[in-house]
Ligand binder design. Structure first.
Ligand code: PGA
Length: 248
């Protein structure tokens, strides 16, 4: 069974205008063979332009969310098929900003994962505990429940990634200790293996939450850390490349 292929994905969130594509181009130009897989997930408005600008480079493009339905009367929403049509190859699903801001449940996230698979997109499924949950000693329990509820059985044999993003580490400059990250990642891996058998060893488990060039080396070389989901530090090529180089 192969080891997980590391993936570094940038989550631009609601940031980026056409001019920001120069940062993505600079990242693409600096990628070297033998490094990790790298993707950027810009806002939906930029996906097709990013895909065109990055065609033929090693930098892949993903979406930040999708709706479960393929089409219909859902004003303002974007389907997995639309993301794929625009040139996306991956999609982030179940990010804590969606879970908290839009009340997305594990069941809804699982339905979006099915949509991603239907459209041929590789889902990056996010899980992570709040500070209250960690302080109450419930981090592992919460994450295990999110993994169980957000990953449909249809993922068996499919390409996907799980991102462990403690809510309290996102955009705060705080990170768990390396031991805490490893503890959660090992628990997620055990959950994937018990669910999907040997195939459960294949998906990379990304860490996300205040990853920066200064902490990337330690985090990315920790046991069962198969890459990173990077928010703020993915917006500037220099910062993002500083993280990518930790695995290059
Ligand atoms: P951050 O965000 O790197 O800015 O903390 C990570 C994320 O939300 O995916």
């Amino acid at each position: 069974m192969t080891n997980p292929t590391p993936l570094i994905a940038g989550n631009w969130k609601m940031n980026g205008l056409a001019a920001s594509l120069s940062e993505a181009r600079a990242v693409a130009a600096a990628l070297t063979p033998g490094g990790p897989r790298v993707a950027i997930c810009p806002p939906a408005t930029l996906i097709s332009r990013a895909a065109e600008a990055l065609a033929g480079t090693g930098l892949e493009v993903g979406g930040e969310d999708c709706r479960a339905e393929a089409s219909g009367a859902f004003t303002g929403d974007v389907s997995a098929e639309m993301l794929a049509d625009a040139g996306a190859r991956l999609v982030i699903l179940g990010h804590s900003e969606r879970r908290a801001g839009y009340g997305e449940s594990d069941a809804l996230v699982a339905s979006k994962v099915l949509a991603a698979l239907r459209a041929g997109l590789e889902p990056i499924i996010c899980v992570g505990e709040t500070l209250e949950e960690r302080r109450a000693g419930k981090a592992l329990e919460v994450v295990a429940a999110q993994v169980a509820g957000s990953l449909p059985s249809d993922l068996a044999g499919k390409a996907f990634a799980v991102a462990y993003e403690p809510v309290w580490a996102i955009g705060t400059g705080l990170t768990p200790s390396t031991d805490e990250i490893v503890e959660v990642h090992r628990a997620i891996r055990a959950g994937l293996v018990s669910r999907f058998g040997d195939h459960g060893r294949v998906p990379p488990i990304l860490y996300g939450g205040s990853v920066k060039p200064t902490n990337a080396d330690e985090i990315l070389h920790a046991d069962e850390v198969g890459g990173a989901l990077v928010g703020g530090a993915s917006l500037k090529a220099e910062d993002f490349l500083g993280i990518i180089r930790a695995l290059a």
